[in-house]
Design a protein around this ligand. Structure first.
Ligand code: IPM
Ligand code: MG
Length: 353
């Protein structure tokens, strides 16, 4: 019996999770699974003063998979950094050892018009995968603040990567490339950063084990530009935690909306955490306008990577595509035209299962 922990979180998280579970029920026998709800982020701060209660960590560690909505919101902006909702998210990724974050960005043909890119730039579209390192780098390095030697108030965050951490994420990326078009671009800032020079050298060493993969390197500023100039040039991108955070938001927008992109976070083994790449969108929370597709597609990734249910994953992905072909649009995709609510969008996908 698969065990699933659901972490709806804050903002639009609960709405999109509700629709995702409703849809999931039509595809798998959820009634016979063990499904537990748990708190993370701001709602956990409100309930027990901690964005990541131990109970939540225990439930996640005992699960085959975790589905997460989103965390954060202005309500918790003033709490100390280590107790912010985001610390809960970073904490659960780290506690579960989920160092590899897979963020696929595909332009679905029916949405070409929603993409901010011109048709001639989009060409035949794009289908890329960002492999983001998720438990290291500057988000997990030493943070601090205080007076410097001249008495000026200063804050700092340290970017630090070990060969071990770079090698395991690079391996994930090479393996992913082997299953795709065998093209890998490693993104760094090796012209400036020592940690990036180690990143590049380590990726180069590993490349010898994957002679069929065509490896190239790109500076992150150039990568940001190339993504809008010609996204079709990319197959797999591997990069550090912060660069991957930034580039995946950029790539998501190219698909038409940040509301479309799912992600899978994996470590050793098949246990994973699945979440949309978008945030909690507090400005539209509770209005019924959220797009549930990124969360629904995250559930599909969960079936594929953690539960060996490839057919069911495809059923969901095909239904999402067919609903979009049919014209189903939430507000983020409608360009001002009449839009479906979060629930209606889920209904549209369910109708195409
Ligand atoms: C993401 C988010 C998180 C991150 C935040 C909320 C901590 O931006 O999943 O991309 O930076 O990883
Ligand atoms: Mg982000």
């Amino acid at each position: 019996m698969p065990r699933l922990t659901v972490l709806p979180g804050d903002g639009i998280g609960p709405e999109i999770m509700e629709q995702t579970l409703r849809l999931l029920e039509k595809v798998v026998p959820l009634g016979s699974w063990q499904v537990d709800m748990a708190l993370i982020g701001g709602c956990a701060i409100d309930a027990c003063g901690n964005p990541l209660p131990q109970e939540t960590v225990d439930a996640c560690l005992a699960s085959d998979a975790v589905l997460l909505g989103a965390v954060g919101g202005p309500k918790w902006d003033a709490v100390p950094a280590s107790l912010r909702p985001e610390a809960g998210l970073l904490g659960i990724r780290s506690a579960m050892g989920l160092y590899a974050n897979l963020r696929p960005a595909t332009l679905m043909a029916p949405l070409a018009e929603a993409s901010p890119l011109k048709a001639e730039v989009l060409g035949d579209g794009f289908d890329l995968l960002i492999v983001r390192e998720l438990t290291g780098g500057i988000y997990f390095g030493e943070h601090g603040s205080g007076n410097d030697s001249a008495g000026r108030y200063t804050a700092y965050d340290v970017e630090r990567y070990s060969v071990y951490e770079i090698e395991r994420i690079a391996r994930t990326a090479f393996e992913a490339a082997m299953r795709r078009k065998k093209q890998l671009v490693s993104v760094d800032k090796a012209n400036v950063l020592e940690s990036s020079r180690l990143w590049r050298a380590t990726v180069n060493v590993l490349a010898a084990q994957y002679p069929q993969v065509e490896l190239s390197h790109m500076y992150v500023d150039n990568a940001a530009m190339q993504l809008v100039r010609d996204p079709g040039q990319f197959d797999v991108i591997v990069t550090s935690n912060m660069f991957g955070d930034i580039l995946s938001d950029e790539a998501s927008m190219l698909t038409g909306s940040i509301g479309l992109l799912p992600s899978a976070s994996l470590g050793e083994g098949t246990r994973g955490l699945y979440e949309p790449i978008h945030g909690s969108a507090p400005d539209i929370a509770g209005s019924g306008r959220a797009n549930p597709l990124a969360a629904i597609l995250s559930a599909a990734m969960m079936l594929r990577y953690s539960l060996e249910m490839e057919d069911e994953a495809r059923r969901i992905e095909n239904a999402v595509r067919d609903a979009l072909v049919d014209g189903a649009r939430t507000a983020d995709l409608a360009g001002g035209a009449a839009a479906l609510s979060c629930r209606e969008m889920a209904d549209a996908v369910i109708a195409h299962l």
